[in-house]
Structures are given as C-alpha cells and as structure tokens.
Design a protein around this ligand. Structure first.
Ligand code: SAH
Ligand code: SF4
Ligand code: F3S
Length: 489
C-alpha cells in the first residue's frame, strides 16, 4: 500500500544520516516522501537537543499539528532522535497527540513500532537506558547503532555520503547533552565501515564523509589486542576504487595525534580540512567546560596541524556566554579567533541543558543581551579573518566537486545563460561558478577569481564542458535535492 511520509530533520550530520536510513527502511514499506506534513500519513521529526532553540522549533511544529491530528486522527506523528531520548515524558505531556517516540539508539525498531500503533491505536515509546541507569555494557547494548545497507536512491545525491565510524560520546564536556542522548562511545568494526564504503563506491559514490561526535577518538580493539585508529581507517579506505575524496568530522583537539595528521598529509584522497572545535580561548572557561586542554595546548595543536599538513584549512566552534565567562575571558577567545586563521567558525550562545554537569554546578550568569553582543562581536572578528583567508586563494587553481545549483539559481531562469553552481574544494571551501547542471557530481579544475568571507568565486579552467578535466567518472547529471545539508543547529 502506498503511504505518504513527511520528515523534518534538525541537528548534526549524525541526524542527517539517521534520517536517510530511516527513510530507506520506510520506503521499503511502501512510503513515499511528501513536502507538506498535512498530506502525509506519517509525520516524523528527527530532533536535536543540543540547544534549547532546536527543541523549541520542534514543540512549535508539533503545536501546529494538534488540530490536524484531531481532524485526521489516523495520521501518525512521531518524534525520533535526541529529544525523544531525553524528554519522552515531557513530549507526552506537551504534545499528547504524538504517537511515536523513538530515541537514536532504537531507530531499527521504527517499522515494528508503526505496525503496533496501527494495530493497537496506542502510542509507542522506545528509548535506550540512561547512562547512570545500568552498567556500561548494558547501556551500550541499549544504544544500537542503526547502520543498514545503503541504497543510492535514499541519499540527496548519489555521489556523496556520510558514513558512521562511531556512535555516542564519552567526553562529557559539562555543557553538552550529547553523551546522555547518544550514549557511550561505540566504534564500528573497520571491516564493516570498509564494506559500507565499498558498497557506496559501487553505487557511484565519490566522496565519503566519516562522521562521529569525536571522530578522531575512533579506536577499535580486535579480539587479539590489535587496535585500529582513525589513521588506520583512512589507509584502509583510501584504496577503495571509485572513492576520490574522504572527509571526517568532528575532531577533538586532544586526540589530534601525529599519526592522524601524517595520514591526512600522505593520502591524496583525504581532504586537507580539519574541523577542531576550540569552544573558548580562556583556560578558566575551558576548565569549567571540562574540555581537557588549555588554550596553549590548542595553539600548539594548530601549529602541529599546519606544520604536518601543508595547506590545511581549519575550522572551529565556539560557545559564548558560558557560565562565569567574564569580559576578560571573552577577550581571550577574541584573541584566539583573531590569531588562529580559521577558515570559518560556528559560534553559539550558551544554552543550559538540564541534566548536564554545567547546569547542575554553575549558574547561567551571562545575561542574554551580553551573549548576543559577544556572539556578534566574535562573528565580526571571524568574518574579517575568513575574508582574508578566502582572498588568499584568489589566482590559485583548485579541484572542486560540484554539488549542484547554488541557492540563488532559480529553475525558472534555466535557458537564460548558464546557471550558478556550487561545490567544495578538498579544503572544504565553498566555490560558486557558472556552468551547466550536468557538471553536478563532477570534479573540476577551477581558477579562483574572487572571494567573499564565505565563498570563493571560480571559473572552470577549460570553457568547453565536454573537455573539462580531470573528470573522474561520469554521472548521469541527475539533479535532485543534490546537497548534503550543513549542520542545521
Ligand atoms: N561532537 C562535536 C559537536 C557537538 S555539538 C564536538 O565535540 O565537536 C556541536 C556544537 O554545539 C559544539 O561544538 C558546541 O560548540 C555547541 N554546543 C554544544 N552544547 C551546547 C550548549 N549547551 N549551548 C550552546 N552550544 C552548545
Ligand atoms: Fe559534546 Fe564534548 Fe562530546 Fe562534543 S566532545 S559531543 S561537545 S561532550
Ligand atoms: Fe546531534 Fe543534536 Fe543529537 S547535535 S547528536 S542531533 S543533540
């Protein structure tokens, strides 16, 4: 029976990947995606709890569906992902019209839970154990990483894919909810990851992005005591025919070891791009955040990255207005951003998360208007740095994987000259260029002619689209929603 599915995803790359896999399993049950929740038989929100704002968005979307559910009670409404794990009771109270609540460690059960809702008409809840509720082993078992076989038709495009290396996080930064909602860190077997990447390559995938909350903490111990780390995994995946680019996100500064940097430097397919969030430039704040490093360590690490991986681009995340952040501590963060030469930084206002150590131990004592001002000030500094960094590329030739039409491109204007395309370099710089849609999914040599703080503007080295080089493997030029979305949080 053909049924209609609406799904909205917020949160990090992990959630984007989970949604792809859930959609895959539902397609096999006969569901077809629709863009309007009111047309759907099944409405799913794949949620994020990292900041209050992400949760508010979901409650507001659920609120607008209350009437709809009264009019069409047969519609199934589901909340899946991190918020479902964190707040199953609260969701039931605030949105009693929700039928399905399913945490990120239980996604494999969705088809069975839907069948039960249809059979019994009663809501179904599936969440994993809390981290203090049982032994580590039992908690691990209750968070099952959902990694079914991949199918190309499930992805936004055929030539890029996320691949999970590990599930969960063990770092317990005091502000962060992720270790509670995603559970203990569990690394996948290297051969399982290799098999998935091979399968993706056979399906026409050219770029894989390895995803883990702290991907460079990856550590798999075989039965005989041998250990594989992220560097070993990169060597293993590098030989997969068809894969031309390998990225990995996100990195923890303390785990940026030399063997990893040497792998990045030595393996041509591995992207020279490192996302290594600093969070703050002040040692007292870093200590309260329990980040396990000092700003001096972080600066040395940056230097090591740049010495070992020539031409590497580095990006960061910062939290402003964390508990006890004074003007002087904020100034230290500004100094770090002014000097570190990040390609870009994601900057967030501290959002207290009930259940975290910071929320328990420290008052949220930086007023909202100060957080906002610090956010803007830090962004302004980063933008100046980004502009300088981006302008340094002008005149150089870069290899770009074309991802599809840029946001500015309007399908109506097709036929009135070449559309504007967007893609990324191996250093993760966004490049905008003019060219036919059929270049989507191709690697092109592009000369950078201009730059803004966020974008490089390029021209393809050869004007004739048929002779553009090097062009590895042709795609059928299929243009769907052909972009892996940026983190939405
Ligand atoms: N696993 C990744 C990112 C986790 S969440 C890592 O460790 O780097 C993405 C970003 O959200 C974090 O890097 C941090 O900057 C921000 N963040 C996490 N918790 C937050 C909170 N309570 N308030 C504001 N920002 C937060
Ligand atoms: Fe959260 Fe820290 Fe783990 Fe990142 S490393 S997910 S910020 S606890
Ligand atoms: Fe990701 Fe948000 Fe969950 S950042 S792990 S979706 S809390």
């Amino acid at each position: 029976m053909l049924r209609k599915l609406f799904i909205e995803t917020v949160g990090c790359q992990m959630n984007v990947l989970d949604s792809e896999l859930v959609v895959g399993s539902l397609r096999r049950l006969g569901y077809q995606i629709v863009d309007d929740p009111r047309q759907a038989d099944l409405i799913l929100y794949n949620t994020c709890s990292v900041r209050q704002h992400a949760e508010d968005k979901i409650y507001s979307a659920l609120g607008t569906l209350r009437r709809h559910k009264q009019r069409r009670p047969e519609t199934i409404i589901g909340v899946i992902g991190c918020m479902a794990q964190k707040d199953q009771e609260l969701i039931r109270r605030r949105a009693p019209h929700v039928d399905l609540i399913c945490g990120p460690g239980q996604l494999a059960r969705i088809p069975e839970l839907l069948a039960e809702i249809e059979r019994s008409g009663s809501p179904q809840i599936a969440v994993s154990l809390g981290r203090a509720e049982a032994s580590r082993h039992e908690v691990e078992d209750s968070f099952e990483s959902y990694d079914p076989l991949r199918e190309p038709s499930m992805r936004p495009n055929t030539f890029q894919a996320y691949v999970r290396t590990q599930f969960g996080c063990d770092k317990f930064c005091t502000y962060c909810i992720v270790p509670s909602v995603r559970g203990p860190e569990q690394c996948r077997h290297p051969h399982q990851i290799l098999a998935e990447v091979r399968q993706l390559a056979d399906q026409g995938c050219k770029e894989v992005t390895l995803v883990g909350q702290t991907v460079n903490s990856y550590r798999f111990e075989y039965g005989d005591g041998r250990v594989s780390r992220l560097s070993d995994l990169l060597y293993l995946l590098h030989d997969v025919p068809g894969i031309h680019r390998i990225k990995f996100v996100t990195n923890f500064p303390r785990d940026m070891t030399d063997d990893l940097l040497d792998a990045v430097a030595g393996l041509p397919k591995v992207s020279r791009y490192l996302h290594v969030p600093a969070q703050s430039g002040c040692n007292e704040v870093l200590k309260r955040m329990k980040r396990l490093y000092t700003v001096e360590f972080y600066r040395d690490m940056l230097e090591r990255c740049r010495e070992r991986v020539l031409g590497v681009a580095i990006s960061s995340d910062f939290i402003v207005g964390f508990c006890g952040e004074t003007d002087a501590s904020f100034q230290r963060t500004c100094d770090l951003v002014a000097e570190a030469g990040f390609k870009n930084s994601f900057i967030f206002k501290y959002s207290p998360r009930p259940g975290t150590k910071a929320d328990e131990l420290y008052p949220d004592d930086v007023p909202e208007d100060v957080k906002r001002r610090r956010n803007n000030d830090l962004l302004a500094i980063q933008n100046r740095v980004s502009l300088r960094e981006h302008r340094s590329w002008i005149g150089r030739t870069v290899e770009v994987l074309v991802e599809g039409p840029s946001k500015k491109f309007d399908i109506q204007s097709e036929g009135e000259g070449l559309p504007q395309l967007t893609g990324r370099t191996d250093t993760d710089h966004i490049v905008v260029l003019d060219g036919p849609l059929s270049w989507t999914g191709r690697f092109l040599q592009v000369r950078v002619v201009d730059a803004s703080a966020f974008t490089l503007f390029g021209e393809v080295c050869e004007a004739d689209s048929d002779s553009v080089s090097p062009c590895v493997g042709e795609t059928e030029g299929k243009v769907r929603s052909n972009r892996i979305p940026l983190p939405l949080v």
